[in-house]
Ligand binder design. Structure first.
Ligand code: NDP
Ligand code: PMR
Length: 398
């Protein structure tokens, strides 16, 4: 279905040296939708048991009572201070972007990665087969589709007595072919419930922990996407993200006395994912406005490129999974490998040059980062405030 639509690509589809393009889509029909706007886009960037157990890198169950002493700044022979290992939590680090980022950071020897995953064994196998040095990661159970699990994860993490220097909200689910909504343990539509509400509670709870860190650069990163931004060609592929007046979100997304969709409309799995990404990008900016000045924490979001081979597309039809990678590689040129995307996100975690807060990062075709523009909706200050206020009620913080 999707790839048939590739043949509807406009003939004026061209990419300049920087991998940026002004795509003039005057009256171009795509998926039966007529565009009359001139869009500016960037092509290069074009169930488990709830656990409060923690598995050590060797796979053995480690008692929570064992406190791991974080390394601290220590003086070297010359009297210079050496930076201690940074401590970063990455949600959904068992595959795709999360795993590639965990690997990139762990391999530097400068980071200890807490892989916050819903499936212990999958995460352990993934870390091992990626060759991650054992001493540089720990796996902790987190199921973002359960608010209880999020709270338990925060407790377990605190008991580990590791500092928190960077939190990366990366995990996501995508149900493009679902006819009916499915729900989290708390009764929220599963994609917005996992991708947005689970992360919203997690990051609100862990803000205190980030604030306590003595690391020189503390960061909270929420992964966004081009497909939630309607100022891009990719963001104009139907169904488009649109949060409307948030009536469905305010009603609890439970599909009973309220719609399962944020805007109150009929369920559409692909749209629910894109809406959840808009929430992710709005949440990052709202964090920035509320807390950056007071805490010095850097809040950032990013579009890592089209990583067309990841598990995100596992629910898509087989034909899509076969054709999507070559389509992105050879036609849109938006494709990036998992390894490259991991390096990009690792930069947002650790690069001293990427400390600016409130930014949505993207990369050009030479893999140089730049501050990208968000769509009107994804940068709407009033909507961000409303999403924040409604979300804090839904997750029990207000
Ligand atoms: P993957 O499916 O490979 O990774 C998603 C991860 O999220 C997996 O580790 C998965 O765990 C985890 N996860 C899913 N549900 C839960 C849950 N309830 N609790 C805890 N973890 C969960 O996809 P990607 O690597 O592609 O996606 C990573 C991020 O990148 C997402 O935020 C996505 O929106 C974003 N992104 C991806 C793009 C792409 O082209 N792929 C483009 C732009 C943004 P498990 O392994 O157990 O399934
Ligand atoms: Mg896209 C022009 C550039 C471009 C880029 C960078 C993406 C990224 N896509 C582009 C264009 C197009 N896509 C065009 C012209 C079409 C019509 C043929 C198209 C279609 C399409 C489909 C059906 N694209 C998709 C899908 C999905 O199911 C993916 C999706 O929306 O997941 C939510 C997807 C994506 N396209 C991208 C990226 C990055 C995705 C996936 C992931 C994401 O946002 O997380």
């Amino acid at each position: 279905m999707a790839l048939q639509a590739a043949s509807f690509l406009p003939s004026s589809f061209s990419i300049n040296k920087e991998g940026k393009a002004n795509v003039s889509l005057k009256e171009t029909s795509l998926f039966g939708v007529t565009f009359s706007d001139s869009l500016r886009t960037d092509f290069s960037s074009l169930r488990t048991r709830r656990g409060c157990r923690q598995i050590s890198q060797t796979g053995a169950i480690r008692s929570q009572a064992v406190a791991t002493t974080p390394s601290v700044n220590r003086a070297t022979g010359e009297g210079k201070k050496t930076l201690r290992k940074g401590s970063v939590i990455i949600t959904g680090a068992s595959s795709g972007l999360g795993l590639a980022t965990a690997k990139a950071l762990a391999e530097t020897g400068k980071w200890h990665v807490i892989m916050a995953c819903r499936d212990f064994l999958k995460a352990e196998r993934a870390a091992k087969s990626a060759g991650m040095p054992k001493e540089n990661y720990t796996i902790m159970h987190l199921d973002l589709a359960s608010l209880d699990s999020v709270r338990q994860f925060v407790e377990t993490f605190r008991r580990s007595e590791r500092p928190l220097d960077v939190l990366v909200c990366n995990a996501a689910v995508y149900f493009p072919t679902a006819k009916e909504p499915t729900y989290t343990a708390d009764g929220f539509e599963l994609s917005v419930g996992t991708n947005h509400l689970g992360h919203f509670l997690l990051s609100r709870l862990l803000l205190d922990d980030l604030n306590k860190s003595d690391y020189p650069s503390k960061r909270l990163i929420i992964v966004g996407s081009i497909t939630g931004n309607t100022n891009t060609l990719a963001g104009n592929v139907p169904p488009k993200a649109n949060l409307g007046d948030l009536r469905g979100l305010a009603g609890g997304l439970n599909g009973m006395n309220s719609s399962a969709m944020i805007d109150g409309a009929e369920f559409d799995g692909a749209k629910a994912y894109k809406d959840s990404k808009v929430c992710n990008m709005l949440t990052m900016q709202e964090f920035h406005r509320r807390y950056h000045e007071e805490t010095g924490i850097t809040f950032a979001s990013l579009y890592p490129g089209c990583i067309a081979t990841t598990g995100l597309f596992r629910e898509h039809i087989p034909l899509f999974r076969t054709l999507f990678p070559p389509f992105q590689k050879y036609i849109t040129k938006g494709y990036v490998s998992e390894a490259e995307s991991g390096k990009r996100l690792a930069q947002v975690v650790s690069e001293p040059s990427l400390t600016k807060s409130g930014v949505y990062w993207s990369w050009n075709k030479d893999s140089a980062s730049f501050e990208n523009q968000l769509s009107e909706e994804a940068s709407d200050v009033e909507k961000a405030r409303k999403v924040w206020e409604v979300s804090e009620k839904l997750v029990g913080l207000a």
